[in-house]
Design a protein around this ligand. Structure first.
Ligand code: NAD
Ligand code: DAU
Length: 351
């Protein structure tokens, strides 16, 4: 079959990447979707069980730290476009060991830019390199204001510094070589298939198992939460209709303190599990704060809304209920990802 586009999605076995792959495979049968993933602890092909046999889907187990391997994938699949999500994504892990974040997020991104520049060197016309980034590159807000696309970069963790660096390289390839890039900077995602080291799935899993709920510091830090499928729809819109060379912020105007969010989850799950009122709140433990903990993130997504007509589809309360229901009906998924190496890491941080 002659495909209209042959899109390389990196990190497609991870949390957000799997939602992006599923959307593209199902919505665009005339596109070939090549999922490239190293399958680190965070990459899980079970996340894509439902698309594995599709005629427009391929998988390549490849490390973006290898330029040679990337060039070979570009050549074998005649890649026309890239949506780049592969990354080390967990802030706490970056504090424990920053180097892997440099190797994957910085060097890996530059490798991918080089592979695209080389594969498309005849003409950059009709190609797109979409880099998926984060609001954390902008640093930390006080009690007011929002991140816009014009906010100066001020990363403060090794993770956000590595993502900021990758964004700078992506922009440099646009200005220096004319590579047709687009960047999206999104706020915190939540939803199904979210690895339980991040706040929401960790709390759901621990509430379920009646284990301690570790809230960093006093729980007053604020995050701006967006349903993962709304992030995937934003990526779809920006990839197809965003302006080359530009950045777009993605977010849902949905700020919660960590403590309010944990309380909400406790109460929701107590109702669903038939536990007595307040039972899960008893599990909350205030633990040592994250080093350099950013106080508040809040995204102004008006550029994306006004220029490209995107808006979130779900209210947070609905999205959280769907998410909790997904975890309650997929105990085997939780079981598989919380065994082995993950357990050792978990104990190191929380015991
Ligand atoms: P994730 O950790 O769930 O998934 C990352 C994926 O990348 C995994 O499948 C992993 O195997 C793969 N990967 C890691 N190193 C690799 C390498 N060297 N080569 C190839 N594959 C590799 O991450 P996520 O939460 O789905 O985030 C995806 C992207 O979105 C990241 O770039 C992240 O910075 C960005 N982002 C995440 C959020 C969020 O809330 N999770 C918000 C905004 C932006
Ligand atoms: O803003 C986008 C970013 O959101 C993404 O770029 C990152 O990849 C993603 O991991 C996420 O980063 P955060 O650090 O905001 O997410 P995390 O789930 O690790 O933490 C959310 C908040 O909850 C943060 O203030 C720290 C706090 N926290 C986290 C954990 C895991 C706790 O209080 N207890 C916990 O056990």
């Amino acid at each position: 079959m002659e495909f209209e586009k042959r899109i390389l999605v990196t990190g497609g076995a991870g949390f957000i990447g799997s939602h992006v792959v599923r959307r593209l495979v199902n919505f665009y049968p005339k596109y070939l979707i090549v999922n490239l993933d190293k399958l680190t602890y965070a990459g899980n092909l079970e996340n894509l069980d439902d698309v594995l046999g599709h005629p427009n889907y391929r998988f390549e187990k490849t490390d973006i730290q290898s330029l040679e391997a990337l060039k070979s994938v570009f050549e074998r699949h005649a890649i026309t476009d890239v949506i780049h999500l592969a990354a080390e994504s967990h802030v706490d892990r970056s504090i424990d060991g920053p180097l892997e974040f440099v190797f994957t997020n910085v060097v890996g991104t530059v490798n991918l830019l080089e592979a695209a520049r080389s594969a498309w060197s005849g003409s950059f016309e009709n190609h797109v390199f979409h880099h998926v980034s984060t609001d954390e590159v902008y640093g930390s807000l006080g009690s007011s204001g929002f991140f816009t696309e014009a906010t100066p970069y001020d990363p403060r963790s090794p993770y956000s510094a590595s993502k900021a660096s990758s964004d700078h390289f992506v922009n440099a390839y646009f200005h220096t070589y004319g590579l047709p890039i687009k960047i999206s900077n999104c706020s915190n995602n939540y939803g199904s298939h979210h690895f339980p080291e991040k706040l929401i799935p960790l709390m759901i899993n621990n509430i379920l198992k009646e284990q301690a709920l570790p809230v960093y510091g006093n729980g007053s830090n604020i995050r701006d939460w967006l349903w993962v499928e709304d992030h995937a729809s934003a990526i779809d819109v920006i990839f197809h209709r965003g302006k080359v060379g530009e950045s777009y912020n993605v977010g849902g105007l949905n700020e919660w303190t960590n403590l309010d969010l944990v309380h909400y989850l406790c109460d929701l799950m107590d109702r669903k599990l038939g536990r007595s009122e307040g039972a899960s709140r008893e599990l909350i433990r205030f633990v040592k704060d994250r080093a350099g903990h950013d106080q508040r993130y809040a995204i102004d997504a008006s550029k994306l809304t006004q220029e490209l007509g995107w808006s979130p589809s779900l209210r947070f309360e609905e999205g959280l209920e769907k998410t909790v229901d997904w975890y309650l009906s997929h105990p085997e998924w939780i079981e598989h990802v919380t065994s082995g190496a993950y357990q050792a890491y978990y104990q190191k941080f929380y015991q």
